[in-house]
Each structure stands twice: as C-alpha cells, then as structure tokens.
Ligand binder design. Structure first.
Ligand code: ADP
Length: 303
C-alpha cells in the first residue's frame, strides 16, 4: 500500500508556434486539457504499477475538481483523503507548448496550497497502514511534515521528491527516508554541481549528512544514481526513442513506491523496474495517458 500527499492540477495545454513577445498577441494552434499535478501523476503511476493507493490532497468545488475526481476514481485511487475546498479553485497548470516541443509552465496552486496539517492528520490511519508515503513540493511543507511524522510513528517508509526545485527545511529532510531528486533539484538543494568528478557521490553524501538514509538521483537518459548504506551505483536508463518526457520522473517515483520493499533490500531491482516504467512512458505522449501498466513493464523487462 502507498499513500501519496500531493498536488492535483488540471493541465490546460496551449499549443503555439512560438512564445509571444511582450505586447504581442498570438493565436493557439490547438488546445487540450489533461489531468496532472505531480501528486496525481505519481499516485496514478503507483496504482497502475501494482499498489493500492490512498491519496491525500485538496481540490476546489468546481468543474476542474470534478474532472480530476473522475480521473482519479477511474485510476482506482482511494480518494477519502481528498478534501473539497470551497474557497479555492482546483489547481491549474497553463502549459505553453511550442512547436519545437519545448514548454513553459505557469502554475496556479489554488486548493493545493490550502492543504493543511490538520487535514493530513485526519488521514492518520491511511498513512499508518501504507508501507510507503510519497510527497512532492506542490503542497505546503507543514502538511508533508505531518504526514511523514505519522508514517514514521508507524515505522513506515517516506519518499520525498523535492520537485519543483526549492529550498526545504532541515526538519523535512530528517523525516525523509529516501529522497528522489532529478539533477537540477539535487544541485539546487546541495549547491554541488553533478557534472564534475565525483559530483554524484558528493551530492548523495550531502543528503546522507542531512540525515537522509537513501538517495536516488534521476539523470534522464543517463539513468539513476542510487546511494544507500549498502549500495552506491548508477543504474543505466533503457535506450529508447523518447517522444515526450512529460511525467518521466513522476512515473519513475510512482513505480519505485509501488515496488520497493520497506527494508530497501530490493532497491536496485526496484530502480530497474522504475527505469523501465519511465522508459515506456517517454515513448508515449502526455502525462497520465503515457503511464504503463504492471503487465506492460514486466513484459518489457523479461523480453
Ligand atoms: P524528471 O522528469 O523529473 O526531470 P528525469 O528526466 O531524470 O526526471 O527522468 C526520470 C527517469 O526517467 C530517468 O531516471 C530514466 O530512468 C527515465 N528517462 C527519462 N528520460 C529518458 C529517456 N530519454 N530514455 C529513457 N529513459 C528515460
């Protein structure tokens, strides 16, 4: 069982040729709407990849909130911990997607930022029943700290994906068993560049010194670097032709949470599984639609 404390957004995708200049008016070439938010993406990934998932988050009392409720219900998540906040709009991400494939994103956090520690505490039994609790940084840090404290009281594992990149308090690091940043997020927190001799090891050591026992730094098509008390090694990515890397990291984290044994004894094989899940995801368009199923990942791993 996995609990996710995280964000729920509707992605409003504006397809454009090029970004408008200041003062310029342009037209979009197409528009699409999709389910998103790092929390929702990771929760759906964990559910598709074999876990029973309880979600803790917050939406507004609006059509976007209902849309997301339906998407997450279809993904078989337990949504008892999702509160409807009448004062705030459901979170939205306005994604300006250029013809080159580059995107620029503007986020309205809305109800995500209204998630309180009390709301998380009201879900204590779900957190304490989950083997693993996962969080990202698109909901308030006090809510995450409360969730991680409850998980620890029940001797459960906590996974923090420190995304989007931002500084985090030492207290949260001390409640984190496994931190899973990408390169940018890792360097933002440690202040240590990765592309220098021993850069990966130096980044991991920084986190260990802050009290985080396990570090997994994702490196895009270079794979992932794993550092625990017992292991320090780089697990290569699967060589594939990527068409859309949206949610690669979210698929990786959801997959990891679904597969990891609480004692971390299978960390390398769980990372290999997560790498395959995200390698399959980057070969499809979109975020949630691109996340593969458990059967698809197992088939690909045993081919
Ligand atoms: P984020 O999306 O958070 O920036 P990364 O780009 O590091 O995260 O990707 C997360 C994981 O997804 C990587 O560790 C890797 O396993 C997989 N992945 C990402 N891009 C590719 C790619 N082009 N080919 C194969 N695997 C990829």
């Amino acid at each position: 069982q996995v609990a996710v404390i995280g964000s729920i957004n509707v992605d409003q995708i504006l397809h454009i040729q090029n970004l408008p200049q200041p003062g310029e008016t342009i037209e979009m070439t197409a528009f699409s709407k999709a389910a998103g938010g790092k929390g929702a993406n990771q929760a759906v990934a964990a559910a598709r990849l074999g876990a029973e998932v309880a979600f803790i988050g917050s939406v507004g009392d609006d059509a976007n909130g209902q849309f997301m409720h339906q998407v997450l219900t279809d993904a078989q998540l337990d949504l008892t911990g999702v509160s409807v906040n009448p004062q705030e709009a459901t979170g939205q991400a306005y994604i300006l997607l250029q013809a080159t494939g580059q995107n620029s994103i503007i986020i309205q956090h809305g109800a995500n930022y209204a998630l309180t520690a009390e709301q998380v505490r009201s879900q204590a039994s779900r957190l304490q029943n989950a083997d693993t609790t996962v969080a990202q940084l698109e909901v308030p840090i006090p809510a995450i700290c409360t969730g991680f404290e409850l998980a620890h009281e029940a001797h459960r594992l906590t996974i923090l994906n420190p995304a989007p990149a931002q500084d985090i308090p030492e207290a949260l690091l001390q409640l984190t068993d496994i931190i899973v940043p990408n390169e940018t997020e890792s360097t933002k927190l440690t202040g240590i560049a990765i592309d220098q001799p021993d850069g990966l090891r130096a980044n991991a050591t920084w986190f260990h010194q802050q009290g985080v026992p396990a570090v997994i730094i994702t490196l895009g098509e270079q794979g992932a670097y794993v550092s625990t008390r017992d292991v320090a090694s780089q697990v290569p990515a699967f060589p594939v032709k990527a068409v859309d890397t949206t949610a690669a990291g979210d698929t990786f984290i959801g997959a990891l949470a679904a597969q990891l044994q609480p004692d971390l004894s299978n960390v390398i094989s769980a990372v290999r599984f997560a790498s395959m899940a995200s390698a399959l995801a980057v070969q499809q368009n979109g975020a949630i639609p691109s996340i593969p199923t458990l059967t698809q990942v197992n088939q690909a791993l045993h081919q």
